[in-house]
Design a protein around this ligand. Sequence first.
Ligand code: OSB
Ligand code: MG
Length: 370
Amino acid sequence: MKLTGVELRRITMPLVSPFRTSFGTQTSRDILLVRVVTDEAEGWGECVAMSDPLYSSEYVDATADVLRRFLVPALVDAAHLDANAVGQILAPFKGHRMAKAALEMAVLDAELRAEGRSFGRELGAVRERVPCGVSVGIMDSIPALLDAVGGYLAEGYVRIKLKIEPGWDVEPVRAVRERFGDDVLLQVDANTAYTLSDARHLARLDPFDLLLIEQPLEEEDVLGHADLARQLRTPVCLDESIVSAQSAAAAIRLGAAAIVNIKPGRVGGYLEARRIHDVCVAAGVPVWCGGMLESGLGRAANVALAALPGFTLPGDTSGSGRYYRTDITTPFVLDDGHLTVPTGPGLGVTPLEDELAAVTTSTAWLGGGS
Ligand code: OSB
Ligand code: MG
C-alpha cells in the first residue's frame, strides 16, 4: 500500500459514571482517532492515551503532536507500507508507544480491509467469543461499591476487578467476598499506588483468594515486584511495567510477573501485543486483555486479541454500555457474559457517521505531499 494521508480526529465521550482509580477520576474520555487513507483502503486506529500523563507518560495532546511532527511524515515517505513495516519505520523514534500503536492499528485495519481478512483471523484468534470481566472504580462507600458490583454480576460479567489504593483495599475486598461469595472471580488493580514497605499490608489480601494483584508498585520497579511476589500468596500481575515483549520476558525471568495484562496501546500495537502473548505462552504465564476505556473501534480489536489461545483469564473487555451511553460503532453487548469476536474485514466495525460527528471536537488532515 501507499499512504495518501492521515486524519487525526479528537472525540469527547461522556462516561456513564465517573471512573476513579488511584491516579485520578475520569468523567469523560478524550480520544484521538487515526484514519489512514491509502491507495487500497482506509483504516481506523484508536489511541489509548488519556488526557493527562497519570497512567503513563503519554497524554492525548502529546500523541497528536508526535504523530503530526514525526510518525505520520515517516510513513508518508515509505514507498511500500504494510502493518509489519510500521514498527520498523517508527523504531528510530523512542517511546511514544500509544501514538505508534494507533497508527499501526489503522494501517493494519486498512491492509486487512483491502484483503478481506479480519483482525481475529490475522492475530490468530481461536475462539468466536470471549468471556468478559469488568473493572470497578474506587467508590465513596462500601454500599455504593456493593451496588455497582451487584449490578455488573447481574449483567453477566464473569470476573470483577476492584481498583484499590491505600485506604481502599482490604475492606472493599472483604465486603465483596462476604456479599457475593467465594465463587466470584475477583482481582484487584493498584495502578502503582503502593511501595515495597506495604508488603505486609498487601499480604492481608491473601485470605481472599484473589486471581491476582495488578501493578501494586511503580512502573519501573520490576525488581520490587519480584521481591513483593515472594511475600504474597496472591499472584502478581503486571500492567504498566510491561511495555514490550522484551520487558515481558525480563519481568517473567525475574519472577516479577506470574500473569501479564496485555494492552496493545501500552506496548506499541497489536503486533507487539501478539509477541508478548507468544512470550508468555512459551513461559507458561497466563495473559488477559486489559482495557483503556476504548470506544467500539479499540474494543473490536481487543476482543479479537482476547480470542488468542494464551488469553486464559477474562479481560477488561466490557460491553460498550459499561462506559458510554452511545458508542461510535454498533455497540458491543454482553451475551451470557461474553462478547463476540467481529468477523468482518479489518476491525469488522466502522464508525457510525452521525454518532461520530456528534462527539467530534476537531479534525486535522495530515496530507501526503507526494
Ligand atoms: O489500569 O487497567 C488499568 C482504565 C484506564 C487506565 C488504566 C486502567 C483502566 C482500567 C479499565 O482498569 C479497563 C477498561 O475497562 O477499559
Ligand atoms: Mg491496570
